[in-house]
Ligand binder design. Structure first.
Ligand code: ASN
Length: 332
């Protein structure tokens, strides 16, 4: 038999490590309670697919994830993947921001080795908890040849999703992670990775971003467009000194007259403005709902506002030039 791959599990918390009052508590439990060793012990089947080691990087519910956690995690992933005796990494993570961490790492991990992020929708104490099978699949995927060079992956519910396009689509159910129109990448079938497609966008070892010397990221916040839209949020972001604002516009990133006027002023003051969409699908098209050349805004293309925020933060670590930043939005 072939030697088993070496997979390092980096644990960060979430519902996969959560505990509830009773076996039927599937909502209203406490996330981030169980340590990585117990997560591994709970799934003896892991030993059949990989040699696993665990490390607790932090222990949080993922709604508390912040830029500093991301930098710490990214640096640790890069260190671990440099070791010749590590074939892949699994990160256990809360599901609420899993797609953001996945996309951040997809842009800053400097390795072709598999990185798989996994979570659970039910706490470890629930009947039919999904954490153990999800962890088993994630470890099998991280140790597989198929996952090499695919960028950062998210796996729950027997599915393989790509970091760029995956999003949480349902608040409570197990089938919540989807890439609604661009599609998932494949399936985990009895522990075997089956890929059917991959993103055409650059990732991991092919990106221009380097977090190895960064201690902080530029401040970027998101304002949400609605009917009766006002400028209160964007005014506050500007007053707080944000380097960039992502505007989750209506439809194809459309902006009310008042919001457009204020964002145009803020751009002239040096704040970078990225136009995105609250719809969750489709490209926000340059020059469509706004004269972006004239206002010097960028558009998010098909990135959701929460992922546009990540790319804009990283872009601002490299350049202040909107043309360059727009190129990055069409590259990653
Ligand atoms: N299912 C989950 O993991 C939700 C939890 N609030 C978290 O993101 O940590």
């Amino acid at each position: 038999a072939d030697k088993l791959p070496n997979v390092m599990i980096l644990a960060t918390g979430g519902t996969i490590a959560g505990t509830g009052a009773t076996s039927t508590t599937t909502v209203g439990y406490t996330a981030a309670k169980i340590g990585v060793e117990r997560l591994i012990e709970a799934v003896p089947e892991l030993q059949k697919v990989a040699q696993v080691k665990g490390e607790q990087v932090f222990q949080i519910a993922s709604e508390n994830m912040n830029n500093e956690h991301w930098l710490k995690l990214a640096k640790r992933v890069n260190e671990v993947l440099k070791k010749s005796d590590v074939d892949g990494v699994v990160i256990t993570h809360g599901t609420d921001t899993i797609e953001e961490t996945a996309y951040f790492l997809n842009l800053v991990v400097k390795s072709k080795k598999p990185v798989v992020i996994v979570g659970a929708m039910r706490p470890a104490t629930a009947i039919s908890a999904d954490g153990p099978i999800n962890l088993y699949n994630a470890v099998a995927l991280a140790g597989s040849k198929e996952a090499v060079g695919q960028g950062v992956l998210v796996s729950l519910n027997d599915e393989i999703q790509g970091a760029r396009d995956v999003t949480k689509t349902n608040t409570i159910t197990g089938h919540t992670f989807r890439a609604p129109e661009l599609g998932s990448l494949g399936y985990m079938v009895s522990g075997q990775a089956k890929f059917y497609r991959s993103s055409t966008r650059k990732h991991t070892s092919e990106t221009e971003f380097d977090v190895s010397r960064l201690e902080t990221l530029p401040a970027v916040d998101i304002a949400y467009g609605t009917a009766n839209a006002n400028t209160l949020a964007i005014d506050a972001f500007a007053a707080a000194g944000d380097a960039g604002i992502v505007y989750a516009g209506t439809g194809d990133g459309s902006l009310s007259t008042a919001v457009r006027a204020r964002l145009t002023e803020l751009r002239q003051q040096g704040i970078h403005i990225n136009r995105s969409s609250r719809t969750g699908n489709g490209p926000t098209v340059r020059g469509g709902e706004n004269d972006d050349d004239k206002t010097d805004f960028t558009v998010s293309d098909t990135l959701t506002p929460q992922k546009a925020r990540i790319l804009l933060m990283l872009a601002l670590t490299k350049t202040k030039d909107s043309k360059e930043i727009q190129r990055m939005f069409y590259t990653y």
